[in-house]
Design a protein around this ligand. Structure first.
Ligand SMILES: [Zn+2]
Ligand SMILES: [Zn+2]
Length: 322
């Protein structure tokens, strides 16, 4: 018998609190221990204490995906509790060297963003690592990696579903006995997650096709039997499938909206220009998310054969296919 419990942990990010779930069986398992901040650490400690546990009782630390609001504090917690850290194999390089990963990406994305029509100074601004990044995450080496379809028996049985898109190495954990799925940031109640561009696992010279990958992962999760979702932020999803449908519909609508902004004759337009038209007020700090969104939709339109591209002086422009 399991009962799902949640400790809300504060984060220094715009998204607000992150959910840390507890599976209190013989071995105490936590899913996503939050960022590496004193506030999150204290909230986790006091949350455990209020429930009659101490940090040392934690035996397993599961990570849904390698974003610092979810995993940043994993190493400290695992060290203090002598717990095992478990994550998807594709997440490992980002967990082991989170800032190194960012540096590797910079070189690739510098050229890529320029080819999307972004001016040099804007690219430089976007690709400067915010100082604070290093404060909120500690590198952690998983003790065990999981793969799609793998079953974990931790005193409670969880089935892993690999759901790349929002992040490389994203995994959802199905808890069949409770009709529940822990979705990380793959499906959320109040926000549609950003399938932000990154490089492919094990590669620093090729980007992910984040949005098409994300939508495929949504279709895949849609077929699970469980109907209740527990996301990384916000409250419980009463109908996981309904929320997946809403998320897919949102992206479909946006794709058509963007298609309507693309000229059907030369000289066409760039992803950067589309970003500025769609998000005129976008702050520089959100530029990477903004361009990721546009490129993601252009990838979808490409897959449907609806775009023609041409390149002048290293800058790519698209028009609607005739
Ligand atoms: Zn995330
Ligand atoms: Zn998150």
């Amino acid at each position: 018998m399991t009962s799902i419990d949640r400790i809300r942990l504060p984060t220094p990010f715009g998204v607000g609190d992150v959910n840390c779930y507890l599976l209190p069986t013989a071995e105490l398992t936590v899913i996503d221990p939050g960022p590496e901040t004193a506030d999150a650490r204290e909230a986790l400690r006091s949350g455990l204490n209020e429930r009659g546990y101490s940090v040392e009782d934690v035996a397993n630390v599961l990570i849904t995906h390698p974003h610092m609001d979810h995993f940043g504090g994993a190493r400290r917690l695992a060290d203090e509790a002598d717990a095992r850290v478990i994550a998807h194999g594709d997440a490992v390089e980002r967990l082991v060297a989170p800032t190194g990963q960012f540096e590797d990406e910079q070189a690739f994305f510098h050229g890529f963003l320029r080819s999307m029509g972004m001016p040099e100074d804007t690219v430089e601004t976007l690709l400067t690592l915010p100082e604070s990044y290093t404060d909120f995450q500690s590198p952690v080496t998983p003790d065990r990696t999981v793969a799609d379809g793998e079953r974990l028996d931790l005193g409670v049985v969880l089935d892993c579903v690999h759901t790349p898109g929002h992040a490389v190495g994203s995994v959802c954990y199905r808890l069949r006995s409770e009709n529940a799925v822990f979705t990380g940031d793959h499906v959320l109640p109040d926000i549609t997650p950003n399938p932000t561009l990154t490089t492919l696992p094990g590669r620093s010279d090729e980007r992910t096709r984040s949005l098409p990958t994300y939508l495929a992962s949504l279709e895949k999760l849609r077929t699970v039997d469980e109907t209740v979702g527990y996301g990384g932020h916000g409250d419980r999803l009463r109908s996981l499938q309904k929320r997946i449908d809403e998320t897919i519909a949102h992206h479909h609508e946006r794709k058509e909206h963007i298609a309507g902004m693309i000229p059907d004759s030369e000289p066409g337009t760039t992803a950067y220009r589309l970003m500025n038209e769609l998000f005129p007020e976008l702050p520089a700090t959100e530029g990477f998310v903004g361009i990721s969104e546009i490129v993601g939709h252009l990838d979808l339109l490409d897959d449907e054969g609806r775009l023609d591209w041409h390149e002048t002086d290293g800058v790519r422009k698209c028009v609607l296919a005739g």
